[in-house]
Design a protein around this ligand. Structure first.
Ligand code: ATP
Length: 480
């Protein structure tokens, strides 16, 4: 890449960066832009996260810059770490003093000392993240790239600046970051770097799960997540972090009948859904939709391979996985569970016959998540047989049309019973109890089965009839 100093200057010649530059000059501090901001400039990815490293006290520079920026500026000092963060308009600027880190094998905590720029670049994770632009007036826009990050950027390579065994053993999270950058940027991991990840993979267990799943989520959110998962699998990290996923691997054959490799199928579904949505949790649902296939797999001499109830067992496996991964245990998880448990329904509906009542029941069970469920089911079509694919796509179109028609007519998507428990108690003058439950369920079933429309008058009449069969009579009200 032949990018001249003038081009770099033109890009970084902004009032904000000039203000940092002048302030550093006044304080006689050397200072540099470093890391993601520099990398993303060469990748034509605009960035609002700016990392500044000063040769000296980065926090002093941050304080002086904050005073000059005036309004709309918020400074946070992390005195213990010698770092500071400024939030100014849409920008987040991190300031740090250049440091030298040395690690001992018996402790994860590095000995941190003040260092030169090159010391600081050496402790960075990858060559493409270790490039710096000088900000000082006379050298404004000068590129400092002692580890040839530029060349790796051109060749689309993730490589550590130091011996990879040292870089990864110092902070094993960097192994996840290598995979994450490969997935996000579509880069390859340099063979020696890759081998070192494989050798050091067990050390990932000393990293906190929050940091690991943060990277995992970024892999899931990347344009083609399968790149990341295949790398995680090949390095052996996946087996340690997510054994339920590696269990999906392999295709067994019995009596000449095989089943598909559910690991690669799952990754295709994830890539398919990544083309449709940026929603992290819908992507998680795709990753987990078949997670219970290994535990439910059976060979039936008549039916061949079966994965009976894998959707329901999968739904039940999710809380344990989310807990271990330190992922939210809230409505996000419930949403993933719901989609996993329902993911067979639209297909069954097609196979059985698209009756109104089956469509109504699906709408009732999926509620507002019905569109996401259909997106997941369409992403689940990974057959290589074009005839089959065309049939599935046509059938799902029919289901979608039916869903729209039935919803317009019956509005069961967010079902509210037209006659509720309170009304039933009043009409029959009875307290809360078993009868109320029976009547409510009977009304709901009659609506879902299409016996009566989803309207008050019809539901009221139906309730009176049902109650009669149960020997319940309405209490007479004066004037009625
Ligand atoms: P993104 O914003 O997409 O996460 P980034 O490269 O800006 O990408 P940050 O986590 O913000 O990532 O880190 C900023 C810079 O700090 C990186 O470019 C890298 O130089 C350095 N860095 C971050 N984490 C580590 C780490 N664990 N080990 C070494 N260097 C790191």
């Amino acid at each position: 890449m032949n990018i001249s100093r003038e081009e770099i200057v033109a890009h970084i010649d902004t009032p904000l960066l000039r203000l940092i530059s002048h302030t550093a000059d006044e304080m006689q501090l050397e200072c540099y832009l470093i890391g993601g901001y520099v990398r993303d400039f060469f990748l034509y990815r605009p960035s609002k996260d700016i990392d500044v490293v000063a040769i000296g006290k980065g926090t002093d520079l941050a304080e002086a810059v904050t005073r000059k920026l005036g309004k709309h500026t918020h400074l946070t000092l992390f005195k213990n770490f010698g770092t500071a963060q400024i939030k100014h308009k849409e920008y987040e600027i991190e300031f740090v003093g250049a440091r030298k880190e040395s690690y001992r094998s018996d402790s994860r905590k590095p000995i941190v000392e003040d260092g030169t720029l090159e010391d600081d670049q050496r402790r960075r994770d990858f060559t493409i993240n270790a490039m710096a632009f000088c900000l000082n007036g006379d050298r404004f826009g000068e590129l400092l790239d002692p580890f040839n990050g530029m060349q790796d950027l051109e060749e689309l390579i993730i490589r550590t600046p130091l011996d990879p065994d040292i870089t990864f053993s110092d902070d094993p999270l960097r192994m996840m970051r290598a995979v994450r950058f490969a997935a996000q940027l579509g880069f390859d991991i340099y063979p020696e770097t890759f081998d070192a990840i494989t050798r050091n993979r067990d050390r990932i267990t000393i990293v906190s799960m929050e940091r690991v799943s943060d990277e995992l989520n970024k892999i899931i959110l990347s344009p083609k997540p399968s790149i990341g998962f295949i790398l995680l699998e090949k390095t052996g990290l996946l087996e340690i972090l997510f054994p339920e996923l590696t269990a999906l691997k392999g295709a067994e054959t019995k009596e000449g009948v095989g089943h598909k490799d559910n690991f690669y199928h799952t990754l295709s579904v994830l890539d398919n859904i990544a083309r449709e949505t940026d929603d992290l949790w819908l992507r998680w649902a795709a990753l987990l939709h078949d997670i219970a296939k290994p535990v439910t797999k059976r060979w039936d001499p008549r039916l061949g391979w079966t994965f009976h109830n894998h959707n329901f067992i999968g739904e039940k496996m999710i809380p344990r996985i989310f807990r271990r991964m330190k992922l939210p245990q809230n409505e996000k998880m419930k949403y993933v569970q719901k989609l996993v448990s329902l993911h067979m329904r639209p297909m069954q509906l097609v196979e059985d016959e698209v009756t109104d009542s089956a469509v109504r029941r699906l709408l009732f069970d999926a509620g507002d998540d019905i569109d996401d469920l259909m997106t997941l089911c369409e992403a689940d079509i990974t057959s290589k047989n074009p005839v089959k694919v065309r049939r599935f796509i046509t059938n799902f179109k029919i289901v979608r049309r039916k869903l729209r028609e039935i919803e317009e007519k019956d509005r069961v998507r967010n079902f509210q019973p037209p006659v509720d428990g309170n009304e039933i108690m009043q009409v029959f003058g009875i307290p809360e109890g078993r009868e109320i439950g029976i009547l409510k369920a009977a009304i709901k079933e009659a609506i879902l089965d299409g016996v009566i429309p989803n309207e008050h008058a019809a539901a009221y009449a139906f309730m009176l009839e049902k109650a009669g069969e149960m020997n319940l009579n309405p209490v007479d009200k004066p004037g009625q």
